[in-house]
Structures are given as C-alpha cells and as structure tokens.
Design a protein around this ligand. Structure first.
Ligand SMILES: Cc1ncc(COP(=O)(O)O)c(C=O)c1O
Length: 406
C-alpha cells in the first residue's frame, strides 16, 4: 500500500471491489428456490404462509402479512388506518424517500421533523412540537437498526389518538427495552430489499397484533379480493372471490418466501457477526482522533437502557469535514477508488427537490439531519465479509482521511 490515494493514481488498498450491502445466500436458499420452482406454485402460497408464521413468531407479533416491499407495507398501513386528504403524518427528515412518499400517495401531508443528534432517530421533542389537530400518525424510522425512543413516542401519540406506524426497514431483530421491534406498535413494516439484513431480493412484511387491521391488510394487499389465490385454488368447492375494496397488488411470492425462510433462521448469527465487525471498526476508528464520530450503540444491558439492541444494518461514520480538505462526497469517491464500497444514508428529505419545493423547507430547518447529510458515510458490514475485508476497510478509511487531513 502506497500513501498516494488510488483516486490520484496510487495503488488501491484492495485489488477487487468490496461491495456495500451484498446479500448473503447459500445452498439452503438455492435448494428452497429450486423446490418451489419444481412444486409448480411460485406465487403467493404455502411458503409465503410459512414465512409469515415464522416471521411473526421471531418478532413476537400475532400476525405478519408478506408483501412485495416495505414501501407497499407503509402505504397499506396508512390506507388501513383511513389516513387521507387533510391529514398530517409526522416523518423524520433523515430517511429514505419511501417513508414520506407513501404519505403523499394517500393524499395526506408529510410533516418532517429533525432527529436526535446522538441516536440519529426521530426526536420525540421535535415530534411534540409538530403535532397539530390534523396529525393522524407518526412514522418513526429505526435508522441503521438503532431503536427509536418508542415509549416517548407512544406517550405522545396514545392520549391524542395518533397511530404509530413503524418504518423498521433496517430493524429486523432490533430490540427496544426488551421487546422486539414488530411487537410494539399497531403496525410495523420491514424491508427485505437486496441489501437488507434479511433479503428476499425484493420484499417486505407488515406485522400487527390487531385482528381487524390484519383482515384489512390481507384484503387490500391483493386487489381488494375477499379471498386470496391460494385459498381460491385449494378448496374443493368452487366459490367466487369478490372485490370488496379497490385494493393493490402488493403480495409476496413463494419464490421470495423461499429466500426469506432461510434468511430468517440465520438472523441471530448474522447479527452476531455484524457486532464483531462493528467492534473491530469502533476500536480502529478510535485512533482517528476527532476525524470520525460513530453513533454510540446500545447493547443489551448497557447505556442505562437495558435490553436495547441495534442490529447494525448500517455502520455509519460521521467524518469531521471541517478538519478535512475534502467534502463527504469526495471522501466516498476516494474510498470507492480504493475498492471499498462506501455509501451514504441519507440526504435529508427537506433537501430533496420535491419536498423542498412543495413545502418550502430549507437545509438549516433540521440541523441534526443536516450534519448527518453532510458528513455520514456507511461502510460495508454485511456478515459474510472476512476479517481481512474489514481490515481493508479500516486501512482505506485511515489512508483517505489522513491524506485529506488539513
Ligand atoms: C428507511 C427505509 N424505509 C423504507 C425503505 C423501502 O424499502 P423497500 O425497498 O423494501 O420498499 C427503505 C429502503 O431502503 C429504507 O431505507
């Protein structure tokens, strides 16, 4: 390794790209997909049902409905709650577009709020200030797998009749005060997109303990039909299925569930490996005095918040751009040139053209999110990376930040 950055013509830390968030499938998933293909039933059927049941058990929810994405789940959640024009939904500005876009889809207004500077999750004080008589729901996002302060949010929401719809896209296995995310709020939505901790290529799941909500989710997720295809084809008696509401086409397929069943069984092992990699990064980056800040992570029994668990979907670092001769995007470009698949999460939604122009938001409206938006870099932390891969990540970060240090 030379000290000249690869972006300036030097030798990269690695000869091959270490991808960001590559999914991790093995023979179990492959065999299950082949079995499904040979079974003749590839769309929603017995494997989706099995995955739903095992997922509900893992998170401790009564019901889980398999979907084709987390975005579908977030949208359906607002639909089954009856949220629409004239209503407001509070969303953290530090999130993926889908969290707020679905609010627009039902004709309501997303009201953006800042995140806490330390946890990077929605700030309950900012939520309280944003509540109006029109507020119908709050959508907390467990950023990177870090649990939100759900007790504070429920304390604000419950007496006012406001619903909590969790965006748990990053948070399969996240625990908050001893409870697993998915068993805490009326509706919780998970993502199984390619780079998520549990991947079905594309997919999602919504969980609830409420039988009436589950019934509505089932009807709305498949065209608004009174009975789904699996039930229609596997009864002895012919019966018509009727459109009872104008529903959507959001169902999960058995091909996706074939991946999900096995990915779910490996989650605890995956999380343990993510924790090992994170501990290695923590220690290595503590040497970069002042150049890098990592959000403190709750661990079981630590940080005065027993039984909280961050499942480390992301390993975010905030680089101290004021001490560098480069901005965050230039640092990411330099890391990519070193063959480290670095990414970033997120540009705050108030700075995205649609939300900025529609509602007149300014970058400084949400200072904590702005700080993240200008400084955050997400490093590879998928469970299959080796110690040598993790060492390369550390070497590349140190090489790049040292070269750019003022
Ligand atoms: C916070 C958050 N919410 C929602 C989504 C949407 O998930 P999906 O791609 O499964 O619709 C994502 C996807 O990356 C996300 O990061």
């Amino acid at each position: 390794m030379t000290n000249t950055l690869a972006i300036d013509g030097g030798t990269p830390v690695r000869s091959r790209m270490l991808p960001f968030g590559e999914p991790f499938f093995d023979e179990a998933e492959i065999a299950e997909v082949v079995d499904t293909l040979k079974s003749g039933w590839v769309s929603t059927g017995p494997k989706t049902k099995k995955f739903e049941e095992e997922f509900a058990e893992y998170v401790g929810a009564k019901y889980a409905v398999g979907l084709n994405s987390c975005t579908a789940g977030l949208h359906l959640s607002l639909v089954v709650l009856g949220i629409g024009p004239g209503d407001e939904v509070i969303v953290p500005t530090l999130t993926f577009g889908a969290t707020a876009n679905v609010v627009e889809h039902v004709g309501a207004r997303p009201v953006l709020v800042d995140v806490d500077a330390t946890t990077l999750t929605i700030d309950p004080d900012a939520v309280e200030r944003a509540i109006t008589p029109r507020t119908k729901a709050i959508v907390p996002v467990h950023y990177g797998g870090m649990p939100c302060d759900l007790d504070a949010l429920h304390a604000l929401a419950k007496p006012r009749g406001i619903a909590i719809v969790e965006d748990a896209a990053h948070a399969i296995g996240t625990r908050y005060r001893g409870r697993t995310v998915g068993s805490i709020s009326p509706l919780t939505n998970f993502s199984f997109y390619a780079n998520k901790n549990l991947s079905t290529a594309e997919g999602g799941m919504v969980t609830t303990d409420d039988a009436a909500l589950e019934e509505k989710l089932r009807v709305y997720h498949l065209h608004g039909l009174s009975r789904d295809a699996w039930k229609r084809y596997h009864t002895k008696e012919f019966s018509l299925s009727e459109v009872v509401v104008p529903g959507y086409k959001y169902n999960m397929t058995d091909l996706q569930a074939s991946l999900g069943i096995h990915q779910l069984r490996k989650q605890e092992k995956f999380i343990a490996r993510r924790e090992e990699i994170a501990s290695f990064y923590d220690e290595a980056f503590s040497e970069l005095d002042g150049l890098v800040w990592t959000p403190p992570r709750p661990r079981d029994g630590s940080q005065g918040s027993p039984m909280n668990r961050n499942v480390l979907h992301l390993y975010p670092i905030l680089v101290n751009v004021t001490d560098l001769n480069a901005n965050r995007n230039q640092v990411i470009s330099a890391l990519l040139a070193e063959n480290i698949g670095a990414s970033m999460h997120f540009t705050p939604l108030n700075m995205m053209p649609y939300y900025r122009d529609t509602y007149g938001y300014k970058p400084h409206d949400f200072p904590n999110a702005l700080r993240v938006g200008e400084r955050e870099i997400s490093l590879p932390i998928q469970p299959q990376i080796t110690h040598s891969d993790a060492r390369d990540v550390v070497d590349a970060v140190k090489k790049v930040l040292t070269a750019y240090r003022k």
